[in-house]
Design a protein around this ligand. Sequence first.
Ligand code: SF4
Ligand code: SF4
Length: 163
Amino acid sequence: MTTNSTKRACGGCTLCCFTYDVRDDGKQITRSFDWCTHCDIGLGCKIHETTQPSVCAQWLCAWRDGLGSDDERPDKTGVVPEWRYTRQGKTLVLIGSTSDSLESDYARNLTKTYAKRRVPIIHMHPDGRKYFVYEQDVLVDADVAMSAKREKVGILFVDTTAS
Ligand code: SF4
Ligand code: SF4
């Protein structure tokens, strides 16, 4: 999606042009979990040289910023990872492109690794399900529990001791 220089290049990945809701100057460019009509899937943005929204040009996923290994490119894992600042602080958001992407070994291992480090994690599924994810023995902050209830976000606990 992006053009700025980072640790990795998108290469043949265009997955965030499917997972993201993009608005530019108040105009809806594309909705999440629907391919943007400007996307040449697996090749890039057709309007990259002309009218690509600045939000697309500036945004980058966590894989491009160095997360994981080279072969865990989002189009291969089916998961777009993103660092986002939320009320819980720097949060790892994993966006699954299919109903079972977040059940994969890749997503499970990434979730366990960061849950162990007590990094806030959010899982987002294409059917609208959203979860705050924690290590099994974490006591969830009351404010987070309240906002989860209000925003209809589930809370998941992962067993970080299981292989
Ligand atoms: S998900 Fe990451 S690697 Fe894939 S197109 Fe978007 S920014 Fe590039
Ligand atoms: S405008 Fe281009 S970069 Fe932005 S979502 Fe659409 S295809 Fe992707």
